[in-house]
Design a protein around this ligand. Sequence first.
Ligand code: ADP
Length: 224
Amino acid sequence: MIKNSIFVSDLKFSYPNTQKLVLSINRLEISEGEKIFLYGPSGHGKSTLLNILAGVLEVKEGTIQVLGKNLPELSQSARDHLRGENIGYIFQIFNLIPYLNIKENILLPVMINKKRAGNIDYSQQADELISTLGLSEYAHQKVTDLSIGQQQRVAAARALIGNPKIIIADEPTSSLDEKNTEEFMKLLLANWEIRKFTLIFVSHDTRLKKYFEKTISLPEINIT
Ligand code: ADP
């Protein structure tokens, strides 16, 4: 039987500083190893939902199971551990550390969360990722000397290191032109084919739907 990676029911969420209900989701299920395109116009709660699933935002109403653990029952620190060990994040803004080289940037998550790497040789995996993402010839350069497209590939490798079970990509192609977007999508999905992580890919750009079998529209599942 295929297990759920994410299971949400009866979720209601408002930011503590406002009364406005931002999310109300009756049911959302994402299976292990599934790749999902989550889309919706700006302001419909995409980032909010991702931050809830990643355990950054605290939810008081509803069930939010991530890898079998119900987030509302966990402390902030338990949620931080769950995220650090199991979730890789790719952002629109790359957040690379300018004074570290490519490989050092990629290795950061496993330096911080030793458990993320488990028993794998993460230095070797970083080299493999550098190679599969077409970055070998730049490996020892400063990240600030890379093009935008290359920097986003480093950010993807940093999310993939240590084989997290879930990858959350929040508008990762928004700063890229069409050619770099296509290249980024191909490389990300080639990695998904190999590693079969659960991929939640968020974008307002519906042209990217074509890369995914399953699509979730946030305005449709959000019944606020
Ligand atoms: P999207 O990612 O789809 O653009 P967001 O999740 O960023 O949407 O925002 C959804 C709604 O929540 C918006 O109305 C936004 O103004 C509101 N919102 C986002 N962040 C905060 C915050 N920190 N405090 C209060 N309201 C917020």
